[in-house]
Design a protein around this ligand. Structure first.
Ligand code: GLV
Ligand code: MN
Ligand code: MN
Length: 412
């Protein structure tokens, strides 16, 4: 029996439905943000499934959670897949979960088919991929490779002041039997499966996206300090209106990011006005910027303009600008991409090459080992939304490609 034949569509689908019960929202999505009790609960569920099949478990100091099926050479670096089980505040059932559960499915299919590999096979759930609660995103994978500093990440706080370092013990306690793994423990190769989170595969009626790279991304957090004042009595000349300044900054950035080709992405995802009273001039505004483009030079030039836009529009008010994330575009390993393409063709699945608009942990793995990604369609390309949907057959097809590619790499 081939591993592709052993991939079980129904089991893979049911795992998604079971995992989605943890943090389930009324609109059919999930709220399972990083380092929450819900995310810890999801870790326990994964660990139970893995233990039932005899896979060993390891965790590192930032909570990256690894499950291993042994190979014949215990010293060989594993072939690893995975993604994340943390979600957006209004996330869907598939973003991240698919990559982790497809990984579990590959290991289970290898068990079912009695396939022996030289290298161990592993799947991993990386910590805080989303970055919705704690910036930066892809925190776990970046710390694993050394691209982000662990101590700095421990000090990161969310909008309520909760600190990563204070929440980690509860996260780590979710898998008490796990061995401790050192950051940077070598990987032989890494492939991540993910829903596309965009409309291309569905529009072109294709099953597999062979991901050749990821576009670049820069995040900024801006605080503008004004003074609270009475809305009815304070003349404009005497106001220090934090909203007015923040609005002017954002308005100019929207002008600057007009792109006729519709390649550039620009998002103001958070905008908090304090104290938030109709009749008080705002004394403080906090907002975030997310800028993405596949061209490194273009992204650098545009991102570097943000400081100047803030200074010119702050209207003399004090502001602070922090860059919370800066990831240049990347290209995946030709060998891994070629392997994924070959496996897709062997399975006679329709496909195309594409670059990822979304961020993924594979970006950081690509720095330390040959890496690549597999996309499957999602309904109308909708993601970061509770209605996010994908078809069981497409999820299984992606898992089959993943399985074949992993087995090939694991015998190299
Ligand atoms: C992660 O989901 C991202 O692309 O922001
Ligand atoms: Mn994701
Ligand atoms: Mn996401």
């Amino acid at each position: 029996m081939t591993i592709a034949n052993a991939v079980n569509e129904q089991r893979l689908w049911q795992r998604h439905m079971d995992l989605a019960k943890i943090g389930a929202t009324a609109k059919g999505g999930v709220n399972r943000q990083a380092f929450t009790p819900e995310e810890a609960e999801a870790r326990k569920l994964l660990a139970g499934w893995a233990a039932a099949r005899g896979f060993s478990c390891a965790v590192d100091d930032i909570g990256n959670l690894f499950f291993r099926r042994a190979g014949t050479d215990p010293d060989a670096a594993p072939v690893v897949t995975g993604s994340h089980i943390d979600s957006q505040p209004t996330g869907g059932k598939f973003d991240g979960a698919y990559g982790v559960l497809a990984g579990l499915e590959v290991l289970e299919a290898a068990e079912d088919a009695g396939i022996v590999t030289k290298r161990p096979l592993e799947f991993v759930a990386w910590s805080n991929e989303e970055g919705g609660r704690f910036q930066p995103a892809t925190m776990g994978s970046a710390v694993y490779t050394g691209a982000m500093n662990f101590d700095e990440m421990l000090a990161v706080i969310d909008r309520t002041g909760a600190k990563v370092g204070d929440l980690l013990p509860a996260t780590l306690a979710a898998t008490p039997g796990a061995q401790r793994r050192a950051f940077g423990t070598p990987l032989g190769a890494y492939i991540e499966a993910h829903i596309e989170q965009g409309p291309i595969l569905e529009m072109e009626d294709l099953t597999i996206g062979i991901v050749t790279g990821i576009q670049g991304c820069r995040w900024f957090a801006v605080d503008v300090e004004g003074s609270e004042a009475h809305a009815g009595t304070t003349p404009f000349s005497a106001r220090r209106d934090a909203f007015r300044a923040a609005h002017a900054i954002v308005a100019e950035l929207y002008e600057l990011t007009v792109d006729d080709k519709d390649i550039l992405r620009f998002t103001v995802g958070c905008f908090e006005v304090a104290p938030g009273s109709p009749n008080t001039v705002p004394g403080h505004v906090y907002f975030t910027l997310d800028i993405r483009h596949p061209d490194a030079a273009f992204l650098k030039e545009l991102g570097d303009k943000v400081e100047d836009v803030c200074r010119r529009n702050a209207n003399g008010l004090k502001y602070t600008l922090r860059e919370t994330y800066n990831v240049p575009p990347i290209k995946f390993d030709d060998g891994v991409v070629g392997r994924i393409r070959d496996c897709t063709k062997e399975l006679k699945l329709s496909h195309r090459d594409m670059i990822s608009g979304a961020l993924h942990d594979a970006k950081y793995m690509n720095d330390i080992c040959p890496a690549g990604m597999i996309f499957v369609p999602c309904e109308k390309g909708i993601s970061h939304n509770e209605v996010e949907a994908a078809r069981p057959a497409d999820l299984a097809a992606g898992a089959r490609v993943l399985a074949e590619a992993m087995i090939a790499l694991a015998n190299q």
